[in-house]
Design a protein around this ligand. Structure first.
Ligand SMILES: Nc1ncnc2c1ncn2[C@@H]1O[C@H](COP(=O)(O)OP(=O)(O)OP(=O)(O)O)[C@@H](O)[C@H]1O
Ligand SMILES: [Mg+2]
Length: 247
């Protein structure tokens, strides 16, 4: 449903993504893991045409993204940006409803949907009337997720959406994404291998712009294909062991 074929993207003098081949099936949630600067955000930006590939093709739903007008493409893709990207001069309700309004939903339906999503995110529906500046970082992060899901898009891209949340909130929001798995095709970017293993139907690992391995969570942990994957799995295991060992 989302297909990368031989995709290379240069940024400045660096190759941010090198010769990427990747297929994400309809209804699949692919977790994309890798260190800082490994090309994760670049990969997402190639899907909704914030960036264009230098080589190769990216297609969504069988169409080369270059052949779809960008606004039309973006209406079908929910995107939780790294660093939020809420519109500061719009209320929370207006932020959540932005794509729904573009799709021509009635104001009453947009309001009802915003309310429903605020409740699903464990937030007070009265927040709909507030502005992003009056919310905590974690609340804003949840609004960004609500906005991406509001119009029930067929494709959802998550760029480290839960990075700054406290563990209990993070756990609740992971459960929320988990519960919706299968209802959209998506890529979930995270630094956290544990989160990737929990949420991904498959997990893909990027290292310095190169795809190292794409596998089921259990296969990735059992049989790391490269040194970079092995290190990622080892660091995760070492952290888990250290905590298991403490009184
Ligand atoms: N606006 C930009 N201009 C030039 N180079 C960029 C730009 N944004 C990213 N890059 C380069 O592209 C490469 C990949 O960056 P990208 O943002 O995709 O990494 P990332 O995996 O999302 O990292 P992080 O986990 O820190 O968000 C990096 O080497 C980075 O320096
Ligand atoms: Mg990034």
């Amino acid at each position: 449903m989302i297909v990368f074929e031989g995709v290379t993207k240069r940024r400045g003098r660096r190759v941010a993504v090198a010769d990427l081949d990747l297929r994400i099936a309809e209804g699949e949630l692919l977790a994309l893991v890798g260190g800082s600067g490994s090309g994760k955000t670049t990969t997402l930006e190639l899907v909704n045409r914030l960036l264009e590939a230098d080589e190769g093709t990216v297609s969504v739903g069988g169409r080369d993204v270059r052949e779809v007008p960008a606004p039309e493409l973006r209406r079908t893709i929910g995107y939780v940006f790294q660093g939020l990207g809420l519109f500061p001069h719009w209320t929370v309700g207006e932020n959540i409803g932005v794509t729904c309004r573009l799709l021509g939903w009635s104001p009453a339906r947009v309001r009802a949907r915003a309310r429903e999503l605020l409740e699903a995110m464990d937030l007070d529906p009265a927040l709909a009337a507030e502005y992003p500046a009056s919310l905590s970082g974690g609340q804003r992060q949840r609004i960004a997720v609500a906005r991406a899901l509001a119009a029930e898009p067929p494709v959802v891209l998550f760029d480290e959406p839960f990075g700054a949340l406290d563990p209990p909130t993070r756990d609740r929001l992971q459960a929320l994404v988990e519960a919706r798995r299968g209802s959209f095709t998506g890529i979930f970017v995270t630094h956290d291998l544990g989160e990737a293993l929990r949420l991904g139907d498959r997990v893909a690992v990027l290292h310095q712009g190169r795809l190292q391995q794409v596998d089921s969570p259990s296969a990735l942990v059992a049989r790391p294909a490269t040194e970079a994957v092995r290190r990622l799995v080892e660091v995760g295991r070492a952290t888990a062991e250290r905590f298991r060992g403490s009184p």
